[in-house]
Design a protein around this ligand. Sequence first.
Ligand code: SF4
Ligand code: SF4
Length: 450
Amino acid sequence: MISLKHLKGIHLDHHKNTAGFTIVPMPVPEKVYIPMVQHIGAPNVPVVSPGDRVKVGQLIGDSEAPVCAPVHSSVSGEVVAIETFMTQMGRNDVNIVIETDGKQELADTVVPPVVTNKEEFLKAVRASGLVGLGGAAFPTHIKYNPRNPEEVDTLIINGAECEPYITVDHMTMLAHAREIVDGTLNTLKYLSIKKGIIAIEGNKPDAISLFKDLTKDIPEIEVFELRLVYPQGAERVIIFETTGRHLIAGKLPADIGVLVSNVNSILKLQQYLETGMPLVTKSLTVDGNLIVHPQNVEVPIGTKIRDVIEFCGGTKRDPKKILFGGPMMGRAMPSDDLAILKGNNAILVFDEAFSTMNPETACINCGRCVRGCPMNLMPTTLAKAWDRKDLETLKAYDALTCMECGSCSYSCPARIQLSYKIKLAKDLVMQDLRKQVEQAKAQAEGGKNA
Ligand code: SF4
Ligand code: SF4
């Protein structure tokens, strides 16, 4: 294990062009396309059929699988198709296509849940359809129910928003601070966690002072100012910065006594407790040098990217790259024909000049990638080992500890795609580990049958 002694990282240009832009609700589009998989875990099964009329907040997909978050309609209208096609998760999934009627009638089920204890709280979290809204999309009711609840003493609310361009969490914190504090208090109460830490990067002084003011008489909540070093919002980094605890690869935050939730997750949870409205809209930043009117928008889940871009005035020219998420950790999308899911926090649209990298040159052994890596890895060694498909070196140099933050690639004057190579290398190591587990299982079975 490589020990994390000091947090490293890099200084980025922030490009927070939409800072100060309040979140604008987008009108419902003509159709929404809601996939049955918007989370890490098992797919949902549709509980509606073509021809059914649905309302806002109505359950439309669910599953009895343990790791799964139900899906609700973001609009009122008619289910016109249930089809399988490619979603932004990069796979073919079942989608419920709903033609909207523009009335946005609420489902009868949208009523505040009765929550008086932990069991009811976890049931409510599941019923809300909540997943990690910082991008991970892991079902929240599973995260909040670890195998060692008595050892969890700290809840970290992640308001770092350290990726360039994205400002939607900042605007959310300014607009909904009271609900975020109440959501934090409810989570602490029902999960019997002693301390909450609302962690915000230092470039949002207005949000920091707002939360400090709101929590000055609440001893169990601390407002923590994070340093202006990327990537403060990465889970392992924010845990280390706020608690000094090390989260090593293969372990969960709960294993070191911590739960981490994004500010938007806590907000949606509190809104569900207050109103019974499940997760049916997503706020995101729409920016990039091609967007005519960059802004923060709240869109019905299932809205196509192109409808969101059109709402923001369209693009100045044909885009070269569309990103879901920030430029450091976001994913490039093959087209604007994909739908917004629960985990999206930004659409960034760029032209050729912004998207094209100069060709890679030879490593000059400058060490910048090593100096920038928050996990104290040796990106250049790992990338070269990937080029050779050298599994032993990848394991020895802890490839699995890489959190794909992109700091090494950003720092590299030779423009070597270090984080991309290490991401592929991690897959190789995981495949090998899975193979070893299968072999061990087969040997054990063979021994039993001998
Ligand atoms: S992408 Fe991985 S190797 Fe590169 S800086 Fe981030 S954690 Fe380190
Ligand atoms: S930053 Fe790039 S050029 Fe410098 S040591 Fe790392 S891989 Fe080599």
